[in-house]
Design a protein around this ligand. Structure first.
Ligand code: G3P
Ligand code: CA
Length: 376
């Protein structure tokens, strides 16, 4: 019986003769080297809407907690008020996370961008959390405000010992023509388009002071192109999912037609039309100057954050082969942290920054302590 073909001396010799070793040495750097060159921690802890498992999303409580826990990035969804102020909010309207229905009953269904910043500031963006999650409720969450981008920047800069970066998504950017330019102006005015830590030794440089202090993210191709035009030197991520406006699915069956018990089960069965369809999105991201992608994940327990599994090893390998990083959204459980890390991702969006830091064996204070320290 002949010996099985392994990576033998002869194979090694052959690859050297053909120059494969040289080709590998001069091709794209590995993900760790790429992240290091960009000033992005590897693997990265991206606090999704702040420490939003423990405090009302996108409020000062959530962002201060994420910062003081030691997250690398404060993630936010960017919108613009009727009077032109940039602010952090995920949903298109204010119903889920504020008391808009009692303060502005006749406008409760209006998009958030139909309100001035003064109007938005009258809303209570914290009490909904206490009602929805009584086991995590705190009296001081009641009355928390929607935050402007300026205020999120203040929070990111506000801890002398740990300075996280900002990971900013242009949310529904077609609703906000010119928001990419507005964002650039604001970041420039606040000194966030230049690394500021030049006086520090490289090893002491915090994320929020280095080259990777801002990462920009979007699901929209047109917004990626505008972000690249406005801020070519700032790292950008193209967010991915399977569905309208993103990767074309293999099956056109809708959730209603599918008979699946919930959306997570439906999405878990959704997959790209074929390999080429997935690859062309990666190729597009690279061609437009993105430094990586933000794909969805299918979560073990399902739930409303569980989508199509776009971090299968072959997908991550292809993305890496194009010299791009993979930051997966939105993962909260250790079993899934392990799964996506084993599949090869380079960072994780999480609502539970404390859990992810612990998973990576990085130091982190207790959630209760950081919330109390900040008056919550
Ligand atoms: O920004 C990526 C991640 O946040 C997933 O999307 O809907 O939570 O903004 P979403
Ligand atoms: Ca987001």
């Amino acid at each position: 019986m002949p010996a099985p073909f392994t990576k033998s001396k002869s194979a090694l010799l052959l690859s050297l003769l053909l120059g494969f070793g040289q080709a590998q040495a001069t091709s794209e750097p590995g993900p760790t080297a790429l992240a290091t060159r960009l000033g992005i921690p590897h693997p990265a802890v991206i606090a999704h809407r702040g420490a939003s498992f423990d405090a009302p999303e996108s409020t000062a409580a959530a962002y201060k907690a994420a910062r003081d826990l030691g997250a690398d990035y404060l993630e936010m969804d960017l919108q613009r008020s009727k009077d032109g102020v940039l602010f952090a909010l995920h949903d298109n309207n204010l119903q889920r996370t504020t008391d808009v229905a009692s303060k502005f009953p006749e406008r409760k269904d209006s998009p958030a961008n139909a309100f001035t910043m003064a109007e938005l500031k009258t809303l209570d963006a914290g009490s909904w959390f206490n009602a929805a999650y009584p086991d995590r409720a705190r009296p001081a969450f009641a009355g928390l405000k929607i935050l402007t981008l300026d205020e999120v920047i203040d929070i990111a800069e506000g801890n002398a010992l740990h300075k996280p970066g900002l990971y900013i998504e242009t949310k529904e950017p077609k609703q906000f023509p010119g928001i990419e330019h507005d964002l650039k102006e604001k970041l420039q005015a606040r000194g966030w388009l230049n690394p500021t830590g030049s006086k520090l030794a490289k090893s002491e440089l915090a994320v929020g002071q280095g080259k990777g202090k801002v990462v920009l993210q979007t699901f929209e191709k047109s917004s990626l192109e505008l972000l690249q035009k406005e801020m070519p030197a700032v790292p950008k991520i193209l967010l991915l999912w399977v569905g309208e406006g993103s990767i074309e699915p293999k099956s056109k069956v809708t959730f209603a037609e599918s008979g699946e018990k919930d959306k997570a089960a439906y999405y878990a069965r959704q997959e790209p039309k074929d390999k080429a369809e997935f690859q062309q999105w990666i190729d597009y991201a690279k061609a437009q100057g993105a430094i990586g992608t933000g794909p969805s994940a299918a979560l073990t327990q399902g739930g409303d954050q569980s989508y199509s599994d776009l971090v299968q090893p072959w997908m991550n390998q292809y993305t890496h082969s194009q010299g791009l990083l993979v930051h997966v959204y939105t993962v909260d459980e250790a079993v899934d942290y392990q799964k996506v890390m084993d599949a090869g991702v380079d960072g994780i969006f999480t609502n539970r920054a404390r859990e992810l830091l612990a998973f990576y064996k990085r130091p982190a204070a207790s959630v209760d302590q950081v919330l109390k320290n900040n008056g919550y």
